[in-house]
Design a protein around this ligand. Structure first.
Ligand code: G1P
Length: 273
């Protein structure tokens, strides 16, 4: 059983300045819900009720969001507005939330390693809240738990991207097992299109086995001088221990203005129905 999900949420969100100057990027809303809440809902649907966040300075709004706001709640209790807090109350009532801080920005790999104290020695999910995923029927993490149960190793969610965008992602190649699954043998972080082994890009959903922590401890800084999760996963992939899964659903890159607006339009269309 995978019960824990790690949310690396220490990044500065420079692509969204000035909106992210004094508030965490994870709290930017798509309609009336902050990005990170969509991720926590997806984790809960997958059975991961222990939410572990790696935060940093200026991120306190995340902790406050997943807590009861006593004054507000007592004020709107019994009014029609109470309903608007129902979905967040459900998360607070069913999940535990724990936090640790990344003191230096040394990359995604370092953020994951910082989360070790909250995860311990068990497989766990990872959600990068910037990537908002809408599963076809089941959520993407729930789909990935099924893949983990079958293969018992790390799982990365992938999708095809245009060749001129491979330099934005971790790119994988390997042996195709069927239409949806590939046993990965190569992973490269943000390659140029000339160096990319394919156009299959990892998006921000992972299931990781806990040996990743020891590997990360021994992973030197890579692309952009940061400890890359992709490099640590390459060590697992070299032993056949990473499955790439083509998820069923849609993903919005809410770290970019275009993706953010697309996600907003998508959820607005749903809301109006
Ligand atoms: C991170 C990972 C990258 C992955 C991407 C998915 O990059 O390093 O391998 O493809 O997330 O969104 P970032 O977008 O944080 O630069």
């Amino acid at each position: 059983m995978i019960t824990k999900c790690l949310f690396p949420a220490a990044g500065y969100g420079t692509r969204f300045l000035p909106a992210t100057k004094a508030q965490p990027k994870e709290m930017l809303p798509i309609l009336n819900k902050p990005l990170i809440q969509y991720g926590v809902e997806e984790a809960m649907e997958a059975g991961m009720f222990n939410i572990a966040c790696v935060t940093g300075r200026g991120k306190r709004a995340i902790e406050d969001h997943f807590d009861i706001t006593f004054e507000l709640e007592s004020k709107i209790s019994g009014t029609s507005k109470e309903e608007q807090l129902r979905c967040i109350r459900e998360l607070i009532d069913n999940c535990t939330f724990s936090y640790t801080r990344q003191t230096h920005m040394r990359g995604l790999g370092d953020a994951i390693l910082t989360g070790e104290t909250l995860i311990g020695n068990q497989p766990f999910g990872v959600v990068l809240a910037d990537d908002l995923c809408v599963g076809e029927s089941d959520g993407v993490l729930k789909q990935m738990v099924r893949v983990y149960e079958k293969y018992q190793c790390s799982v990365v969610a992938v999708q095809e991207v245009p060749m001129d965008e491979v330099d934005k992602y971790g790119i994988v190649s390997g042996v195709r097992l069927d239409d949806e699954h590939m046993r990965v043998d190569r992973m490269v972080e943000k390659p140029s299109s000339a160096d990319a082994p394919s156009n299959l890009a990892v998006i921000g959903r992972y299931i990781l086995t806990p040996d990743i922590f020891d590997i990360l401890r021994n992973t030197p800084a890579g692309k952009h001088g940061e400890v890359q999760l992709t490099d640590a996963l390459q060590a697992q992939a070299a032993n056949g221990k990473v499955i790439a899964y083509r998820f069923k659903g849609q993903r919005f890159d809410c770290g970019s203005i275009e993706g953010f607006v697309e996600a907003t339009n998508f959820f607005f269309a749903r809301y109006k129905k």
